[in-house]
Design a protein around this ligand. Structure first.
Ligand code: ATR
Length: 272
């Protein structure tokens, strides 16, 4: 039995063991997937221990994605650019670091939500780790424009400078985008965690826009409630992204791409 795990802090509410167990069953892979709580200063020890005990791979979640990036002995291009790693694959003494978050986001939007990104106007809210990981995969879809809005505008402008050779980008504080409207508005801030809402200018949502919150919770986030009040009908939280990033990690480890539809709809049921 090949062993995998997710390491984070906190970890108790992680859905990853459930998702990967479902994938393993579906694709008939002989593997086991556990959740490991590491102390805040104990990521490296936990990861190394799991590796030395014969573990084949690890998912990394808050707050260890930067440390996982440091631990990797080689990186995929997308992990290198994101400067964060959510997936480690152990091959003998080598540690490959990947980041499947952005690919999971894009796949959820384009495939599951049937919302093309190509030639559309996209607003990405936030300039932290979650936003950074999304930029390259979004630009690879060739949107008309990818606007990065952040409370601290300098951080958005820095990201624009860093990614400008990969596509059409603009950056500034939220009010900088007053008067513009967007087909897809993605909340990559951590504001939802504190039930807060970044100060979006009025009329930011185009007709038939998609409002997407990378966060998920039992209750709709402040951002999704706001979008609903603005008349947006297409609302999505991050549960599809979570399942899709897991599928992408699973593929990296096992070479098989699991079917995601059933598990996503299971989570979307109100009683799940
Ligand atoms: P993560 O890894 O989740 O992206 P992070 O790197 O700490 O976390 O980034 C948090 C992001 O959420 C930042 O873009 C932050 O804006 P600032 O750069 O201005 O701090 C944004 N954020 C958090 N709380 C917010 C709030 N109440 N209003 C607006 N933006 C907020």
């Amino acid at each position: 039995t090949d062993r995998y795990a997710v390491i984070g802090n906190p970890i108790a509410h992680s859905k990853s063991p459930l998702i990967h167990s479902a994938f393993a069953q579906q694709t008939r892979q002989n593997m086991r997937y556990d959740a490991i709580l590491a102390p805040l200063d104990g990521f490296k020890t936990a990861a190394d221990t799991f590796h030395h005990q014969g573990g084949k791979g690890i998912n990394v979640t808050i707050p260890f994605k930067l440390e996982a990036h440091k631990l990797a002995t080689s990186l995929t291009e997308r992990a290198d650019i994101a400067q964060a790693v959510n997936t480690l694959k152990f091959v003998e003494d080598q540690i490959l670091g990947d980041n499947t978050d952005g690919a999971g986001l894009v796949r959820d939007i384009v495939v599951n939500l049937s919302t093309p990104i190509t030639e559309k106007r996209i607003l990405l809210m936030g300039a932290g780790g979650a936003a950074r990981g999304a930029i390259l995969p979004l630009l690879q879809q060739k949107p008309a424009i990818l606007a990065i809005a952040n409370r601290t505008p300098q951080k958005a402008v820095l990201l624009k400078k860093q990614f400008i050779q990969h596509g059409q980008l603009d950056a500034g504080e939220y009010m900088y985008f007053a008067g513009a409207s967007f087909d897809i508005v993605i909340n990559a801030t951590s504001a939802s965690l504190n039930d807060a809402l970044p100060a979006l200018p009025p009329d930011i949502f185009a007709v038939d826009a998609l409002a997407y919150d990378m966060m998920y919770s039992a209750e709709p986030t402040r951002f999704l409630k706001y979008a609903g009040q603005q008349g947006v009908c297409n609302l999505a939280d991050g549960i599809g992204m979570l399942v899709e990033q897991a599928a992408e990690s699973f593929y990296l480890w096992r070479g098989i791409r699991p079917e995601t539809k059933d598990i996503i709809s299971r989570f979307k049921k109100p009683d799940s």
